[in-house]
Write a protein of this length. Structure first.
Length: 365
């Protein structure tokens, strides 16, 4: 008989792959780990149940006043009553078709850009960043093509949040790229000016920038000329975000191996061709997570415009809870605003992950 015939029967191997294997390894590996998992799981499920019970099961959804809220769960009636304010601020009711058209076209353009097989995506992208902002500005503000003027102090809610975030994103990326290239320039003057700009704007908080933009910009304008508060905030946010974007891009430029620069020089490419055709495409690809992270931070920082008297989504929430008819319902408004920000930030995060996987082709030295 061979030797293996005398070996005792061995038990089947423990499953170590998949969800069962992960649970056994991380949550139920021994007695103490199992007890801790059960205790923590109990309190976690209990907390989740209380949240679901308050937010959904016992919540009040339908009504026109606080009398429709019974106090056992969340009162979403306030959100229902002030729904248009959360979306449009104090935009005139007879002109709401204009911000609604803005929302519809924005969603359509984002969907077209996200669709991988969309024809002429480059032209659509160029239209989105170069033409679309001006069209939307004319549509929302008016005073052209027979449209009545709607002053920006009437804008509010999600409308202001999206306008500031979109303009900040569209402006900060190209300006940040130029600043990053300037900081790496071999020309001392350009390098010094770019470094000074970046360090100056990164050295002060955004709330200070917004205050300075709101107070100082009018001092540099001639008498009789003024910029509305929204435009001042847009300038401050765009310039502030561009400085942070410049450092993100500069880090990606430093990550490109020297061999890529040397190969471009060996081909006889000029500086701008080398950057535009060889270096920047690779640099922007590997820094997609950092760029999107900056965009997400910018989107959340738009809530700071409330400090200078602008009613974004958070500002509308503040106005809602100060209404005597809705005192005591601050929690619901905070939850709603947090959900709005989470939806947009999570969407940007998932799109960046998809884009990163799609563009992942490896790197060569």
């Amino acid at each position: 008989m061979t030797q293996h015939q005398f070996q005792p029967d061995l038990p089947p191997p423990t499953k170590t792959t998949g969800i069962i294997g992960w649970l056994k390894t991380h949550l139920f590996s021994d007695v103490i780990n199992t007890l801790m998992t059960l205790v923590i799981g109990y309190f976690a499920l209990k907390g989740i149940w209380h949240i679901v019970d308050w937010a959904l099961i016992k919540a009040d959804w339908v009504g026109n006043s606080r009398t429709a809220c019974h106090g056992e769960g969340a009162c979403w009636v306030m959100i229902h009553v002030r729904w248009e304010q959360f979306l449009y601020g104090f935009y005139p009711s007879d002109q709401l078709w204009r911000p609604r058209l803005f929302y519809a076209t924005l969603a359509l353009l984002v969907a077209m850009l996200a669709y991988e097989k969309m024809p002429a995506r480059r032209w659509i992208f160029a239209f989105f960043i170069g033409v679309y902002p001006f069209i939307i500005a004319g549509l929302l503000y008016g005073n052209i093509a027979g449209l009545s003027t709607v002053d920006t102090h009437l804008w509010g809610g999600l409308l202001v949040t999206l306008v500031i975030a979109l303009i900040g994103i569209v402006v900060s990326l190209p300006v940040g790229i130029v600043l990053a290239l300037g900081r790496r320039s071999t020309m001392p003057i350009i390098r010094s000016l770019s470094t000074l700009y970046i360090e100056l704007w990164r050295g002060v908080p955004l709330i200070t920038v917004l205050f300075m933009a709101s107070v100082m910009i009018p001092l540099f304008l001639s008498q009789g000329h003024d910029l509305n508060k929204l435009l001042r905030a847009l300038i401050g946010v765009a310039l502030f975000s561009a400085a942070y974007m410049a450092e993100v891009v500069r880090g990606s430029l430093q990550a490109i191996p020297n061999g890529q620069y040397e190969a471009a020089d060996a081909l006889g490419l000029s500086y701008w061709k080398k950057m535009g055709l060889v270096i920047l495409p690779q640099a922007l690809k590997i820094t997609i997570p950092s760029i999107v992270n900056t965009f997400i931070g910018l989107f959340k920082d738009t809530s700071l415009v409330m400090i200078i008297g602008m009613f974004d989504v958070l500002g509308i929430r503040q106005a809602a809870i100060n209404d005597p008819d809705w005192l005591g319902f601050a929690t619901e408004s905070y939850v709603f605003v947090a959900l709005v920000f989470w939806i947009f930030c999570f969407g940007m995060s998932r799109y960046s992950i998809w884009l990163e996987k799609r563009l992942h082709t490896g790197h060569r030295s």
